[in-house]
Design a protein around this ligand. Structure first.
Ligand SMILES: *Cc1c(COP(=O)(O)O)cnc(C)c1O
Length: 429
């Protein structure tokens, strides 16, 4: 199909919400015709090197022949059947692969429709678990400041209460508990004082806390911060000590992005509950998963309800499962670690010149994630066209100009991408 014409674009701006957009002052849109490999092709024929992988998801690039074939093959068998009372090979083989790839204790899989839903499911599991163990007072969630866990109500309640974009709803959200964010950087020596307040919260509120939820090692939309794996190891130990479940939200970090298959692997720990999403289908469609230990699943199932209380209409959609299975197979077949290490090196090299600019506060890279943090926020309306003029797709957020490219990006394209980032930041300096 051709890209949208001017009449369609006018309809778009009048009638369609885009993410976090206004209907009075609609943001200008770049019309897309198609996408191939690491390039997004606009309607006017311009091609943009994609630095965002469509928000962490398109790790293999766009229009991949293997993913296309998996989706088309599944369409010819069935696009969807309900998951209540029925089951199918794409769901079974995807779940088998997720159990194999993730840390050993995670043995039970709930297939969800989106990242936010997988977080809702994780919170519900934690609450149902303690209810089944006769401790219904343990129903609050402890979270970490600067976290981001999604846009639905349960997920919002554990996002950063101030900068989490959800302050407006604070009166109607469940009142959760918050500990300070980890201050120890990824490769800095760990200082036990950095986790003292988390421990204090656990000690003081253990009788009402069901779970600690966090993004392991990389805090994403809440600030693109990379913190010490040692901090995470301590958090795991504290959860055990105070009888609190650990929920790891690896929706952004899962499947190699941070340089390990899962960010928890940097610390050699396993959570009790794990949320996955974003890159799961290689960016083809929405799908997520919540994994839990056998003990949690058995306890919930032995509880008063006799079952886990969740079951969306499109649960385990076969089309999405078949595509996800092929995406994970591709990931296993390629040397993803070598590619992510190569991108890490290219990002470090390419972004380094930004460090000396007066407007730049920090430059940091971990795995295939590269960040330039400015002192002041940028105006999206001002900078978005500057990136497009330079032939790249980068979408800054506040003070952060960041990229997480598809793993298949060549060194040459990565060089163009990082040079454009430095150039735009310099032009604003
Ligand atoms: C994107 C994201 C979510 C929400 O996922 P959606 O698919 O947008 O609902 C939750 N947690 C983290 C860490 C994310 O990056």
């Amino acid at each position: 199909m051709k890209g949208p014409n001017s009449e369609q674009l006018a309809f778009d701006s009048q009638h369609i919400w885009h993410p976090y957009s206004s209907m009075i002052n609609p943001p200008s849109m770049f019309p897309v015709e198609s996408a191939q490999g690491v390039r997004i092709r606009l309607s006017d024929g311009r091609e943009l090197i994609d630095g965002m992988a469509s928000w962490w998801s398109a790790v293999h690039g766009y229009n991949h022949p293997r993913l296309n074939a998996a989706a088309k093959g599944q369409i010819d068998a069935m696009s969807h059947v309900m998951f209540g009372g029925l089951t199918h090979t794409p769901a079974i083989e995807l779940a088998r692969k997720l159990v194999e790839m993730t840390p050993e204790p995670l043995q039970r899989v709930f297939i969800a429709d989106s990242g936010s839903v997988s977080v809702e499911v994780a919170l519900k599991m934690a609450i149902q678990y303690w209810h089944a163990r006769g401790k219904p007072a343990k129903h609050r969630i402890l979270s970490i400041r600067n976290g981001y866990h999604g846009d639905t109500f349960g997920a919002m309640s554990v996002c950063d209460p101030v900068n989490g974009m959800h302050e407006l709803f604070s009166g109607v959200l469940a009142q959760q508990l918050f500990a300070p964010r980890p201050e120890t950087a990824f490769d800095a020596p760990f200082d036990p004082a950095d986790i003292a307040e988390l421990e204090q919260q656990l000690a003081q509120h253990q009788d009402e806390i069901a779970a600690l939820i966090l993004e392991p090692v990389v805090q994403g939309a809440g600030g693109m911060r990379f913190y010490s794996p040692e901090w995470l190891r301590h958090a795991r130990a504290l959860c055990d000590q105070y009888d609190v479940l650990l929920i790891a939200d690896e929706i952004a970090t899962g499947f190699g992005r941070s340089g390990e298959l899962f960010a928890c692997n940097h610390a050699g720990i396993s959570p009790d509950i794990l949320c996955l999403g974003k890159a799961l289908t290689g960016g083809y469609m929405t799908l997520a998963a919540t994994l839990a230990t056998a003990e949690i699943a058995h306890t919930i199932s032995a509880g008063g309800a006799g079952c886990f209380m969740h079951g969306p209409t499109f649960m385990a959609n076969p089309l999405a499962c078949a595509t996800a299975l092929e995406s994970l197979t591709l990931l296993e077949e390629m040397d993803w670690k070598a590619e992510v290490t190569r991108l890490e090196k290219g990002l470090k090299q390419g972004l380094e010149p930004a460090r000396e600019l007066a407007s730049v506060n920090d430059v940091r890279v971990l795995g295939a994630i590269g960040v330039i943090e400015r002192h002041e926020p940028v105006s999206l309306a001002e900078v978005q066209p500057m990136f497009v003029e330079r032939g790249v797709w980068v979408r800054p957020f506040g003070k952060l100009i960041y990229v997480m490219p598809p793993y298949v990006m060549s060194d040459k394209d990565l060089g163009t991408l990082t040079a454009a980032m430095v150039d735009v930041v310099r032009a604003l300096d």
